[in-house]
Structure formats: C-alpha cells, structure tokens
Design a protein around this ligand. Sequence first.
Ligand SMILES: NC(=O)c1ccc[n+]([C@@H]2O[C@H](COP(=O)([O-])OP(=O)(O)OC[C@H]3O[C@@H](n4cnc5c(N)ncnc54)[C@H](OP(=O)(O)O)[C@@H]3O)[C@@H](O)[C@H]2O)c1
Length: 267
Amino acid sequence: MKVLVIGAGNMGLTYAEGMASSPLLSKHKLRIFDTDPKKIETLRQQPQFDVYDTLDDCLPKADLVFIAVKPYHSEDLFAKMRPMLNDDQIFVSLMAGVTIESIQDHLGRKKVVRTMPNLPAQVGKGVTSYTEAAEISKIELLMVRNLLDTTGTSIHVDTENFIDASTGISGSGPAYVFYFMQSMLEAALKMGFSDYDSKVLVSNTFEGAIELFNQNDISPKSWIAKVASKGGTTQAAIDSMEDNNVKQLIQDAAYAAFDRAVELGKK
Ligand SMILES: NC(=O)c1ccc[n+]([C@@H]2O[C@H](COP(=O)([O-])OP(=O)(O)OC[C@H]3O[C@@H](n4cnc5c(N)ncnc54)[C@H](OP(=O)(O)O)[C@@H]3O)[C@@H](O)[C@H]2O)c1
C-alpha cells in the first residue's frame, strides 16, 4: 500500500511522522507532497519520506491519499488532483468543515473518509474522530483507522455532524486548554512568581490533574469535591467561576467552534 500525504504542515507532517515510525508502512511507501519549496527542501533531508514537488509524480500511483491543506486551499488542490485519480483510491481528509459530499463532487471519486484530528497527535497523544462515505468497505476503514492510530487514538462516529461536533471539543479543544493555562500563568506572574516558577506550577498542576483523572474512574466534578472543602480556598475559586458563569462560557465557546465547522461545510 502506497500512502501519499498532501500538505506537510502541522497536521500532514504529524501524520506522516506517525505513519513513518509505525511498522505499518515499509520504506518508500510513504510519499509527501507540498507546494512550499522551503518545506520540500527540509523534508528531503529526512530519509523516512519520499518527497515530491509535483502531483503528477506521486498521486496517480498512491493507494491512500491524506489531504492536509487548509480548507481554503482545497478547491484549487481538488481541481489539480481530479484528472490524475482512479476509482480505487481512498481519500482521507483532515480538513475542518469540508464535507464528504463536497470532496466527492470536486474529486469525482467516491471513497472518502473524513476526520477531525487534533494537535497532540504531534506527541502521539492525538485523538482523531472519523466517519466514512458509504463506498468505503469495512476492511478499508480498518486500514485507515490503523493509520490514524499511529498518532494516538481514534473514535469512529456515525455522521458528519459528530465530526463538526468533535471540532468543537477535541479539534479546537487544545486551544481552550492553552487558554486556561495562559490565564493561570498570567495570574501566577501577577502574584510575583518568576517565569520559570509560574511555568512549573501551572504545567505540573495540569499534568497531575490529568494523571489523576486518567488513573481513576472518577468524574471531574467528584475531583473538584475532593479538592474543595466548605469555606476553603478552592471553594472560593470555584464559587468565583460559578458566579461568573465560566462553565456556560466554555460550553458556548465549544459550540461556537462546532457552529463554525458546520458553517464552513456549507460554503
Ligand atoms: N492545526 C490544527 O490544530 C488542526 C486541528 C484540526 C484540523 N486541522 C486541519 O488540518 C488541515 C491542515 O492544517 P495545518 O494546521 O496542518 O495547516 P498548515 O500548517 O498550513 O499546513 C498546510 C500545508 O499545505 C501546504 N499547501 C497549501 N496548498 C497546497 C497544495 N495545493 N498542495 C500541497 N500543499 C499545499 C501549505 O503550504 P503553504 O504554507 O505554502 O500554504 C502547508 O505547508 C486544515 O484543513 C485544518 O482544518 C488542523
């Protein structure tokens, strides 16, 4: 099986690296194509990839094609790809808000899997949701899943609505976590901690809380109850968040990303 990744940016390169370091693809089975000459130059120094700067040389013989360009570059790209395709090829889109139907229409091919990845894939801790067109067989879907799992874990969803919804939770989610981290860092700095100490305090607090959550089958709500005692310091912080409707604001933010993904899909 020959895999081609189109677009060697944050996501495309991450998936390419995940697949290259897995036992699933032998050498010279992974191709990368990008239009940025600087990226191509850098990638050519890396022996695990076969790097291309024209589609004609790499696309016609690829069995599985990951599409990892920004959504606004997709139509141009699809128009260039279309004359070089065959009916057996499988297209895996990593693009936010681009629907399966629109990919099928632009490419004139049916076998499309749509995914929503997230950035922790860069450290092997990604979560990718995915769904497929009716023309994808069970075996083909399993093959795609195995490749997606080289960057972390994946969940299958039945409809594209859940792909847009997971954009609001996991796709954009790392940015919400960083927003929270940034807010706590700024609070620590205001309290007088050094840059270094602020970073240690915040990053270890996040890491420790995640570890507790992962190692025990207890909800975040129950963990809050364990940290907060009546009339104490944590309760003062939680009361302040509740008074300011922070939970609702976070949910509104997740829905804003979800709605934007749906809107992008209509364009
Ligand atoms: N980043 C995230 O956290 C995240 C999360 C979920 C989903 N996604 C999705 O992942 C996709 C890729 O995002 P990204 O952050 O990886 O973008 P990115 O870093 O900008 O990477 C895209 C790459 O594709 C290249 N490119 C543009 N047009 C091309 C073409 N016609 N043929 C080949 N290569 C082309 C770009 O080159 P230039 O730089 O020269 O344009 C760039 O190197 C997006 O559709 C996004 O919705 C991203």
